[in-house]
Design a protein around this ligand. Structure first.
Ligand code: NAD
Ligand code: UFG
Length: 337
């Protein structure tokens, strides 16, 4: 198949492109490089065994989108592009609503005009809010987000449901990611955001490389076994493989399907730090800090629906996630800031 991947030079998009190319799909990437670098195209092609078409541009540019659909006629779209930084979304909400909402609506309009029916969306566990209890399963009501970024995910899920209701031939898949971490096992591809990271794993790697003086452990009195936040960390390659299964499932089908992509296991910040220290042999300087506003204590997935309906299950361990992050952060200093 031919797949349009928005945000394909980003962290999760680039790993997914590798798997798409490995399966023999033709890949067209649309990315404006706001949070990624064109240099990742080289490892993507090398690891995937094929060359994606790269279009540098903005998903809000309707004429550009129309020209991509006219020229490439993709069978499906995997939509990763967007802004994802929670604190930044609180400071610049309009930027987030404009990019994430307007960008998605423009993309859907172009798809509809071109008759492209299959769409996979990068949603997030954040849609479960703070009132549901773990493990989160897909039939739970979505909650209220504590920040504009999370609100865009809830709103886009609703936009996609409304779109599918009006377009009976459309096939939409909402993939709710838990906490993606890790890197390609080759060490050639990983997470290289522009600017200072705010997620735990790239911060750990920056402390281990001496780029940051210490890791702040944000929150020590959560109601968890060791007082630190518990999350469902999922290796980015497992996540990418989940997209392959979702694509198989939705192409040729109709309606909206929703799947959690996580491991189903909760890991505390201290457990993650200990695993990283063991794998890397580096002791991380740590400071204990208050929890960040809006952080939930525990978040992990019920993964049974994805196992049952997609035949997908995450295979990689927390040690794999730490080892691959560590390899990448030392091998590809050129890609990381
Ligand atoms: P990323 O920032 O690495 O990738 C997003 C890509 O979108 C970047 O390459 C960026 O340059 C591009 N982009 C941004 N605005 C654009 C625009 N207007 N037009 C074209 N391209 C644009 O992020 P990621 O971690 O790979 O996340 C991918 C998707 O998954 C995002 O939608 C994110 O919200 C979602 N998600 C991520 C996580 C996570 O922890 N990484 C968790 C849940 C959901
Ligand atoms: N943490 C620290 N120190 C830090 C940063 C984080 O101890 O400097 C802790 C947090 O308290 C939390 C854990 O590490 O317990 C994970 O934090 P992340 O920021 O890596 O991830 P979150 O679970 O807070 O958020 C992520 C994505 C969001 C998404 C959410 C739910 O960043 O975009 O998962 O899917 F909405």
């Amino acid at each position: 198949m031919k797949i349009l991947v928005t945000g394909g030079t980003g962290y999760i998009g680039s790993h997914t492109c590798v798997e798409l190319l490995k399966e023999g799909h033709a890949v067209v990437i649309l990315d404006n490089l706001r949070n990624s670098k064109a240099a990742v195209l080289e490892p993507v092609a090398a690891l995937g065994g094929g060359t994606p078409v790269f279009v540098e541009g903005d998903m809000r540019d309707r004429p550009l989108l129309d020209s991509i659909f006219a020229r490439h006629a993709p069978d499906a779209v995997i939509h990763f592009a967007g802004l994802k930084c929670v604190p930044e979304s609180i400071l610049n909400p309009l930027d987030y609503y404009n990019t994430n909402l307007y960008g998605t609506v423009t993309l859907l309009e172009a798809m509809q005009a071109a008759g492209c029916k299959n769409f996979v969306f990068s949603s997030s566990a954040t849609v479960y809010g703070s009132k549901n209890s773990v493990p989160f399963h897909e039939e739970m009501p979505t909650g209220t987000a504590t920040n504009p970024y999370g609100t865009t995910k809830i709103m886009i899920e609703q936009i996609l449901r409304d779109y599918a209701a009006a377009q009976p031939a459309a096939s939409i898949c909402l993939l709710r990611y838990f906490n993606p971490v890790g890197a390609h096992p080759s060490g050639k591809l990983g997470e290289s955001p522009n600017g200072v990271p705010n997620n735990i794993m790239p911060l750990i790697a920056d402390v281990a490389r001496g780029r940051l003086p210490a890791l702040q452990i944000t929150g020590t009195d959560f109601e968890t076994p060791d007082g630190t936040g518990v999350r469902d960390y999922i290796h980015v390659v497992d996540l990418a493989l989940g997209h392959m299964k979702a694509l198989e499932k939705i192409c040729g089908s109709t309606g909206v399907s929703v799947y959690n992509l996580g491991t189903g296991k909760g890991v505390s910040v201290l457990e993650l730090v200990r695993a990283f220290e063991q794998v890397s042999g580096v002791t991380l300087p740590k400071v204990f800090a208050p929890c960040r506003p809006g952080d939930v204590a525990v978040c992990y997935a019920d993964t049974s629906k994805a196992a049952r309906e997609l035949g997908w299950k995450a295979q990689r361990s927390v040690d794999d996630m730490c080892r691959d992050t560590w390899n990448y952060s030392r091998l590809r200093e050129d890609l990381i800031n």
